[in-house]
Design a protein around this ligand. Structure first.
Ligand SMILES: Nc1ncnc2c1ncn2[C@@H]1O[C@H](COP(=O)(O)OP(=O)(O)OP(=O)(O)O)[C@@H](O)[C@H]1O
Ligand SMILES: [Mg+2]
Length: 252
């Protein structure tokens, strides 16, 4: 589903953020990206979303050569990506329901349909009862779960989460991770960058970056959704009834 082949990324003249990086992510995998500050984690996620372009190598997402993608095709690529940043980036003057409805309304869903799907997404992250609240009345972890609901509401096939648990306490970080894992269990491919050692300790597939190169890579076949988890407590018990079991790309 995602293929990095000998990808290098240079910013300006001097900064080589990635240096000959190759890896594949299969449909339904949950992959963690680790490594110190400046290692290249965010750059990998930005390349997948065509926020940045590779300097060398080939990068395919959904079989499409994203390194050479035309500008006009980028919105269609992103419609299949749910992106979660370290800061939730919510519109503060709107309710959390309105925030989660936004990706649907901009892609032309009717108000009633957007409302229904946004409420279902908020329910998945455990915040339906706060639908009418404004973002600043929520904790940082709750805001991050709203951001996850907003990222998933269009039923993307891939979630890219860049340090979604940074700045959160342990309990909030676990709730955010649980929210992501619910979507992984429903079949969504997830790439999550993190510094959090407790989270990384439980990862089944881990890519460790250092100075723009892959320093280590650890993988366990049970990461795929539906696979038997070696550490049952780290996986959600089951996909919720109305989870997006077959996330489908929107036709361009
Ligand atoms: N837009 C940019 N322009 C110039 N240099 C950049 C840019 N974005 C990233 N870099 C540089 O590329 C390298 C990799 O950055 P990247 O943001 O991918 O690291 P990271 O692993 O996500 O770090 P952190 O854990 O601090 O978020 C760093 O040296 C960074 O300074
Ligand atoms: Mg980063």
């Amino acid at each position: 589903m995602i293929q990095f082949q000998h990808i290098s990324k240079q910013y300006g003249r001097d900064t080589r953020a990635l240096n000959d990086v190759s890896f594949d992510v299969a449909r339904g995998e949950l992959v963690f990206l680790a490594g110190p500050s400046g290692a290249g984690k965010s750059t990998i996620l930005k390349l997948i979303a065509a926020i940045e372009r590779p300097t060398a190598g080939s990068l395919h997402v959904f079989g499409q050569d994203v390194g050479k993608i035309k500008r006009g095709a980028i919105p269609f690529l992103r419609r299949n990506l749910g992106i979660v940043f370290q800061q939730p980036c919510l519109l503060l003057d709107r309710s959390i329901l309105a925030n989660v409805m936004l990706p649907l309304t901009v892609t032309g869903a009717s108000g009633a349909q957007a409302d229904k799907r946004a409420r279902a997404a908020l329910d998945k992250v455990g915040l339906l009862d706060r639908a009418q609240a404004k973002p600043l009345s929520l904790s940082g972890g709750e805001q991050q779960r709203v951001a996850i609901a907003r990222a998933i509401v269009n039923r993307p096939q891939i979630i890219l989460a860049d340090e979604p648990t940074a700045n959160l306490d342990r309990a909030s970080a676990n709730l955010v991770l649980d929210a992501l894992k619910i979507f992984h269990a429903a079949g969504v491919t997830c790439l999550i960058s993190s510094h959090d050692e407790q989270i990384l300790d439980r990862a089944n597939r881990l890519i460790v970056l250092g100075h723009g190169s892959i320093m280590a890579s650890y993988s366990n076949a049970a990461t795929k959704a539906g696979g038997a988890a070696p550490n049952a407590s780290a996986e959600p018990d089951a996909a919720p009834d109305d989870a997006p079991s077959a996330p489908a790309p929107e036709a361009p």
